[in-house]
Design a protein around this ligand. Structure first.
Ligand code: HEC
Ligand code: HEC
Ligand code: HEC
Ligand code: HEC
Length: 466
């Protein structure tokens, strides 16, 4: 796995981001200017020292780097004004755009760049007492928002002989481990139980984009590191695309289910952001003779018509992954997920219990996936399982279809990286993949049948390659 893969990803990633309507406007903005500096001597454990502390010219802001232990140009990637890779450096700035301010104003919490409801994800959420002298909220999602407060390790992590394990013991987040990485990214790309780290339906109704996340694809989009011999020598894991994808699915479902209870303390309506958006947001025209219900029968969701379905995008992916890569858990996962949908439809107190049971199974799946390596045959089998048969019939809504398209993208790239598909053959599948992305570009124009057809074509093309 080398740079070839990274290059392949960029094009796809852009297609992905465009298709998902993500952050495209932000690309035109100027990068944040970060003060350059040398690392401080270090501080209290867990203190977030600020991006300026990482950006010394002999540290992580070299213009071009080669032959070094790490790239050392990480800051430049993080700040890239022309791609998604630079999105985190712009995260605070987007709050000051007309759209950002309008959202906060509608919620009555403005200005956005000062609202805790927004800063929990659009900046490093380190609490006030854990911010070093050079910490700046305006840096957006800085290095330590992911890598952890550097107070205890900033002065020692670059020393000759400093090990990754020693850094982790001092508070660096082990982002090479897929579970730890997923947990970190999901805090902002789905939500967490930390104060204000959640995009409620109310925030979406005020104009916030719907969140969509896939761990492997989004990791590639912001990649500022190389998996080289040196990386391995520091005992860091290189989880591989399929493992990262699978663990990401299990962790996302676990997060969704463990937050469902706390975010639904009671009241007339549940928190709508957990449910399929289009099941409520659609034109109601039953007097129109051409009208047809948007909701389709879905074999994985035993719920009555008229009930908004719980967003099962990760369940559908996990169901496919479990059948191939964790068969001992697959049946339990099916049973638990059906029982959860059923309990929700009855609206009883049983739903919380069922959510907890399904979350526990998701955790078991995350552990099983994290502990195994995925063979080429398994990757192909998961690819088939996601895109065809029973599973394809479960792709009935926008979020599920979007997740399936991202899965096709990720799994295809894993096959290319593995040498199972060569670049030429990949080039012949790419137009079909792009067509699949087209079907999930606009939620208002979404038709599940079109998405399924496009995905079936991708699967058919890949079968033809073998
Ligand atoms: C749980 C974390 C979270 C919270 C809380 C949150 N956001 Fe976001 N926001 C995100 C993520 C993640 C994205 C990027 C979505 C994507 O590209 O997948 C985003 C995207 C946006 C965008 C679109 C950015 C662009 O580049 O087009 C705006 C504007 C925005 N948020 C404003 C706000 C405002 C204003 C608030 C407070 C009321 C807020 N956000 C609260 C996580 C959050
Ligand atoms: C959105 C989260 C995120 C942000 C923000 C982020 N990183 Fe990373 N970084 C990662 C992930 C994920 C990895 C890959 C896993 C790993 O090696 O720990 C990584 C890896 C690295 C590596 C390890 C390379 C190696 O060979 O071991 C360095 C160095 C690094 N990042 C520096 C930075 C710097 C400096 C910044 C700020 C300018 C930054 N990162 C911002 C997520 C992030
Ligand atoms: C502290 C909150 C936070 C964390 C942690 C975080 N992100 Fe983000 N991320 C955001 C916000 C907010 C945006 C949107 C910024 C914008 O639009 O400029 C974003 C945008 C992105 C984008 C660009 C998407 C697009 O459409 O432009 C990618 C890719 C991404 N994040 C990947 C990751 C990955 C991978 C991780 C974990 C390693 C991670 N993020 C962790 C808050 C976070
Ligand atoms: C259970 C039904 C239901 C679900 C599910 C639901 N919504 Fe809503 N949504 C509503 C209702 C009701 C309103 C208020 C409509 C009004 O003010 O006239 C609303 C308002 C909105 C608005 C404000 C714009 C408008 O049309 O008034 C947006 C945007 C929105 N929702 C987005 C979403 C997104 C994104 C999701 C999925 C994550 C979602 N909704 C899921 C019922 C739902």
């Amino acid at each position: 796995m080398g740079r070839g893969r990274a290059t392949g990803w960029i094009g796809l990633g852009l297609a992905a981001a465009m298709a998902l309507g993500l952050a495209v406007a932000a690309r035109a903005q100027a990068p944040q200017q970060v003060v350059k500096g040398e690392p401080p001597a270090g501080g209290r454990p867990g203190v977030h020292e600020g991006v300026a502390s990482c950006s010394g010219s002999s540290c992580h802001s070299r213009p071009a780097a080669s032959g070094l232990t790490v790239r050392q140009n990480e800051l430049i990637t993080w700040q890239d004004p022309h791609s998604e890779a630079g999105a985190h450096s712009r995260a605070w700035k987007v709050l000051t755009t007309a759209r950002g301010e309008a959202i906060a104003q509608r919620l009555g919490v403005g200005p956005a760049e000062k609202a805790k409801e927004c800063l929990a994800c659009h900046a490093d959420p380190a609490p006030a007492g854990m911010r070093g002298a050079r910490f700046q909220v305006s840096d957006g999602v800085g290095c330590e928002a992911c890598h952890g407060g550097a107070g205890a390790w900033i002065a020692s992590h670059y020393a000759v002989g400093a090990t990754h394990a020693a850094n982790v013991a001092k508070g660096m987040v082990a982002l090479d481990e897929p579970k730890a990485r997923a947990a970190k990214c999901l805090s902002c790309h789905f939500g967490s139980s930390e104060p204000h780290q959640f995009v409620t339906h109310q925030i979406m109704a005020a104009g916030h984009p719907q969140l969509s996340f896939e761990l492997d694809l989004f990791s590639s989009l912001q990649k500022h590191y190389d998996f080289d011999a040196d990386y391995v020598s520091r005992h860091k894991q290189i989880p591989g695309g399929v493992k990262t994808w699978a663990v990401g699915q299990a962790m996302a479902l676990d997060r969704m289910l463990t937050l469902y209870g706390p975010k639904n303390p009671g009241g007339v309506f549940p928190e709508f952001s957990f449910f399929d958006c289009q099941s409520c947001h659609r034109t109601m025209a039953s007097s129109d003779p051409k009208w047809r219900p948007v909701a389709e029968a879905n074999p994985g969701r035993p719920i009555p018509v008229g009930q908004p379905p719980f967003n099962d995008e990760n369940m559908v992916m996990l169901s496919a992954a479990a059948k191939v890569a964790a068969p001992a858990l697959a049946q339990k996962f099916e049973t638990d997920s059906r029982a959860f949908h059923e309990a929700l439809a009855k609206n009883g107190a049983g739903a919380a219990q069922r959510a907890a049971a399904l979350a526990a199974t998701s955790q078991q799946l995350a552990d099983a996936f994290a502990a195994k390596s995925f063979s080429r045959a398994e990757t192909l089998a998961i690819f088939e399982a996601v895109l065809s048969g029973d599973n394809a019939r479960r792709i009935t809504d926008f979020s599920g279809a979007t997740q399936a398209v991202m899965a096709a993208d990720t799994l295809l790239n894993a096959l290319v990286a593995d040498g199972a598909i060569d670049r030429g053959a990949y080039g012949r599948v790419k137009p079909d993949l792009d067509r699949a992305y087209q079907t999930v570009r606009d939620p208002n124009a979404f038709r599940a049948a079109d998405a399924r057809t496009a995905l079936a074509q991708v699967a058919e093309k890949v079968r033809g390659l073998k």
